[in-house]
Design a protein around this ligand. Structure first.
Ligand SMILES: Nc1nc2c(ncn2[C@@H]2O[C@H](COP(=O)(O)OP(=O)(O)O)[C@@H](O)[C@H]2O)c(=O)[nH]1
Ligand SMILES: [Mg+2]
Length: 366
C-alpha cells in the first residue's frame, strides 16, 4: 500500500505554451524514477491529439471533454478518484487544463484543497508561458491575440504560484535574463523558473520545486467574466478525425501540403493553436503544430509512406466555428489528389460558452 499522498501537479498556460510537451517529458522522468503517473487532459470537445499522443507514453491517461475542469468540476474529481483507486497505485497525477481557462485558483484549486487535502498533496500552480508571446504581453501588447484573449493570458500569469518560461532553447540567454527580470517586476511574489522540453534544461529544477513545495493556489485574482467569456468566445474550436486512403502516400509531405492549403484558406484569421496528427499503422506518426502566424509551424515525427492513415485535427482559431469547419475541409479537398479518398469519422466545432464554474471561492484555503 502507498504510504504518502498522491501529488497533483496542475499546470496551466495559454494555448501553445508547451504544456503537453513539458508534461510528457516529466511523466517520462517520473516513470524512469519508478513512479506511476496518471495524466488528465481536458478539452471542450472529444478527440484530442494530446490524449492520443500521451497514450503512446507511460502512465494512465484520462480525458475530460465537453467542458473545462472548472465547469465540470465533478467530472474532474471523479477522474481523480478513479486514478486514486487504480490498483497500480498512482504516485503523481498531472492535469493540463484548457489553454483558454482562467480563474482556476478560485474555481478548481481552492475547492480541491478544501475537499481532497486528506488524499492529495497539491503542487504549486504553474503557469507556462511561451517566451515570444510573454515578452510582447509584458511590453503591453496583445501578443497577436484578440484583446480579451490577451486579458485571459494576463490573468493566468497573475493567479500563478510559479511562472515557468518555456521553450528556452529558442531564445538567447540575454533575452531569457531580461524576460525573467521583467516577469519578476510585473508579477512579484511568484517563483520564476525557465525550461526547455526540447533539451531538458531546467526541467528537473522545476520538478523538484513543485514536488517539494506545498504552496498551491496562494492567491485569487479578480476576473471580469464578461471579458473572459469574450476572450474564449472569439475562438472557433474544431476537433475532427478523418480516415485517409490512397496509393503509397507520403504522409509527411501530405501534412505539410495540408498546412499550406489551410493557411491560405484561413487568410488573416488569427491562429490560437492548430495541432494535427497523421498516424499510420505500426505506431508511426507525424505532428504539425502552429501556435500563431505560419512561421510558428513545427513538425516532428514521421508517418512514412503507406496507403492508409488517420488524421486528427485540433484547431483553435479566431473565427466563427462553422466557417472554420468549412475551411478545414475545403483545405482537405484541395490537398487530396484524385487517387485519394477521405472519410470524416468525427467532427465537432464550437465556440466556448459563457464560463459557469461549479465553485468559486472568495478566500484562499489554507
Ligand atoms: N522550441 C521549443 N518548442 C517547444 C517546446 N515545448 C513545446 N514546443 C512546441 O510548442 C508547440 C506547442 O506545444 P504543446 O505542448 O502542444 O503546447 P500546449 O498547447 O500548451 O499543450 C509545439 O509545436 C511544440 O513542439 C520547447 O521546449 N522548445
Ligand atoms: Mg496541450
Amino acid at each position: 500500500m502507498k504510504m504518502s499522498k498522491t501529488k497533483l501537479i496542475f499546470t496551466g498556460g495559454f494555448l501553445g505554451a508547451g504544456k503537453t510537451t513539458l508534461l510528457q517529458y516529466v511523466s517520462g522522468l517520473l516513470a524512469a524514477n519508478g513512479q506511476t503517473v496518471g495524466f488528465i487532459t481536458n478539452d471542450q470537445a472529444e478527440g484530442l491529439v494530446d490524449t492520443q499522443l500521451l497514450t503512446k507514453s507511460d502512465g494512465i491517461i484520462k480525458e475530460i471533454s465537453g467542458s473545462c475542469f472548472c465547469c465540470n468540476y465533478t467530472g474532474f474529481t471523479d477522474v481523480i478518484g478513479e486514478l486514486l483507486q487504480d490498483p497500480k497505485g498512482v504516485d503523481v497525477i498531472i492535469a493540463e487544463p484548457v489553454g483558454s481557462c482562467t480563474d482556476i485558483s478560485a474555481t478548481v484549486l481552492q475547492p480541491l484543497k478544501d475537499q481532497l487535502s486528506s488524499v492529495v498533496a497539491m503542487a504549486p500552480f504553474t503557469v507556462l508561458a511561451d517566451p515570444v508571446k510573454l515578452e510582447r504581453i509584458l511590453d503591453g501588447e496583445d501578443g497577436g491575440m484578440h484583446p480579451s484573449a490577451a486579458y485571459i493570458y494576463r490573468k493566468q500569469l497573475e493567479e500563478s504560484d510559479v511562472i515557468l518560461i518555456s521553450k528556452t532553447d529558442s531564445i538567447p540567454p540575454e533575452q531569457l535574463q531580461r524576460l525573467t527580470d521583467k516577469v519578476n517586476l510585473v508579477y512579484p511574489g511568484r517563483k520564476v523558473l525557465s525550461a526547455s522540453a526540447y533539451n531538458g534544461t531546467g526541467i528537473e529544477t522545476w520538478l523538484d520545486h513543485v514536488m517539494e513545495s506545498t504552496v498551491s493556489g496562494s492567491r485569487i485574482v479578480a476576473v471580469d467574466y464578461d471579458v473572459y467569456a469574450e476572450g474564449e468566445a472569439v475562438l472557433g474550436w474544431l476537433n475532427a478525425s478523418v480516415l485517409l486512403q490512397g496509393p503509397s502516400v507520403d504522409w509527411d509531405g501530405f501534412l505539410a501540403a495540408y498546412f499550406e492549403r489551410l493557411n491560405a484558406v484561413l487568410g488573416t484569421a488569427r491562429v490560437g493553436h492548430i495541432k494535427i496528427m497523421v498516424e499510420c499503422m505500426g505506431n508511426r506518426y507525424r505532428i504539425g503544430n502552429q501556435t500563431g502566424t505560419p512561421d510558428t509551424l513545427r513538425f516532428r515525427g514521421s508517418a512514412g509512406i503507406s496507403n492508409i492513415a488517420q488524421m486528427t485535427i485540433n484547431a483553435r482559431v479566431e473565427s466563427d466555428p462553422e466557417v472554420l469547419e468549412q475551411q478545414v475541409f475545403e483545405a482537405l479537398t484541395q490537398t487530396v489528389s484524385d487517387a485519394m479518398f477521405y472519410e470524416i469519422r468525427q467532427c465537432r466545432s464550437l465556440s466556448p460558452g459563457y464560463p459557469q464554474p461549479v465553485h468559486k471561492y472568495h478566500y484562499v484555503v489554507a
